[in-house]
Ligand binder design. Structure first.
Ligand code: HSE
Length: 412
């Protein structure tokens, strides 16, 4: 690309689009300017000159002067069509649309190769934390054992407010929406879909595996009860929604679930909309990245960093994929959990691979023990069942020949 000044065609002018506009104008080093912005709604007052806006996507996609399409809309289906057409028209793409990327990553990989144009998406995973380019460039080897952390700002914000300030769950969620952290459909945040999409993208750049989002189990924070919070406080734990993926016996495992976190764990101090990504390598060992994972300017700055990378012709090489290890993705895993449910729910001791303890309190039944991920997925579909991973849960591969504990992969 290496042109003097990149011309950008922007799709969407919501929270992240406006954030990008702001950071682009405050930053002097990036040689790029917005030529047009395509938006959907006609009757909205917008904070910049009307001359920027169009309602016709062809005005951007067919403009030969526009080098880069920056896709920042909400609708994953429409976003994929924009990305596809932009590449077909010889334009580079920057996007922060994690749902679209997670659902179409392999196709987007193929389209980049076919059309010889890059798609960059640092802003799609953990907002301002520069994780994807680090996975591609710094961790340019196959020795990463695991990647895990807090991949969703809204739920971390909600958990912080509920836990520390005793705010109600609904008030905290409302505030997360007002602050522009939550998705327009906030169930994507609280039910763990959003961090799952990010995990799917991270898995491709960490282990070279394309996983479909529907293959990855996600359990959200929406079932966490006052009793769970009390249990956490009484035992000196925090609760965090953790996304994790790791390699064991040549397979890749990955899932999203809430977990009790000990106060000494560095993730315990990651509060509000901050995210954290912990990468564990064979030699470098644990490294922790912390930064704002949601919000207009932090995400806008990640998008701007991608635009800047295009000015020096950067493209993801998908290095782990090209190493050709062909790891299989598996859910055949036992984890240690605390399960809470209404008396009468069809959950019994026999469901546990290893049962540790159980008690009843305030009309609820609690059980603690080791359970398969697939069982957890079944339970998460049942009304009123709360699932929280034990602190330092072990992970036991169900289908490994040895079924050894993956000791070194003990969580965080
Ligand atoms: N809803 C997302 C979050 C926005 O809360 O993390 C950033 O991806």
């Amino acid at each position: 690309m290496s042109k003097k000044n990149l011309k950008l065609g922007l799709f969407g002018f919501g929270c992240v689009g406006q954030g990008l506009y702001h950071v682009l104008h405050e930053t002097h080093g990036v040689k790029a300017e917005i030529k047009k912005i395509c938006v959907k709604h006609h009757n909205k007052t917008r904070p910049i000159s009307e001359s920027f806006f169009t309602f016709n996507k062809e005005e951007i996609l067919n403009d030969p002067e526009i080098d880069v399409v920056v896709e920042l809309i909400d609708d994953a289906k429409a976003a994929f069509e924009i990305v596809k057409t932009a590449l077909e028209h010889g334009k580079a793409v920057v996007t922060a649309n994690k749902k679209m990327l997670a659902e179409h990553l392999e196709e987007i990989y193929d389209l980049q190769r076919k059309h010889g144009k890059p798609v960059l998406y640092e802003g799609s995973v953990c907002g301002s934390i520069p994780i994807l380019r680090n996975l591609e460039e710094y961790y340019d080897n196959d020795l990463i054992n695991s990647i895990e952390g807090i991949f969703n700002g809204s739920t971390n914000y909600i958990l912080t407010k509920v836990f520390e300030e005793k705010k109600s769950y609904s008030d905290a969620l409302k505030k997360a929406q007002e602050l522009g952290f939550a998705e327009s459909d906030p169930s994507l945040d609280v039910q763990g879909y959003d961090p799952k999409y990010k995990l799917v993208i991270a898995i491709a750049h960490t282990f070279g595996v394309f996983v479909k989002p529907e293959e990855v189990i996600n359990i959200g924070i929406d079932r966490i009860s006052d009793l769970d919070l009390k249990f956490a406080r009484d035992n000196g734990y925090f609760i965090k929604l953790i996304a994790r993926a790791f390699k064991a016996d040549g397979k890749i495992y990955g899932f999203v679930a809430p977990q009790f976190i000990e106060a000494v764990n560095p993730l315990a101090s990651v509060r509000n909309e901050f995210n954290a990504v912990q990468v564990q390598g064979a030699f470098a060992e644990k490294q922790l990245f912390i930064g704002k994972g949601a919000g207009s300017y932090p995400t806008g700055s990640a998008v701007l960093s991608d635009i800047s990378a295009l000015t020096y012709d950067y493209a993801y090489e998908y290095k782990k994929l090209l190493q050709g290890d062909n790891h299989e993705f598996s859910n055949a895993l036992l984890v240690d959990v605390f399960v809470s449910f209404e008396l009468g729910t069809n959950i019994t001791i026999q469901d546990f691979a290893k049962f540790e303890s159980g008690y009843a309190a305030q009309g609820k039944q609690y059980m603690v023990g080791q359970v398969s991920l697939s069982k957890l997925q079944q339970w998460s579909a049942l009304e009123g069942v709360g699932i929280i991973l034990a602190p330092n849960s072990s992970f036991v591969a169900l289908d490994s020949a040895s079924t050894d504990l993956v000791e070194e992969l003990k969580s965080a």
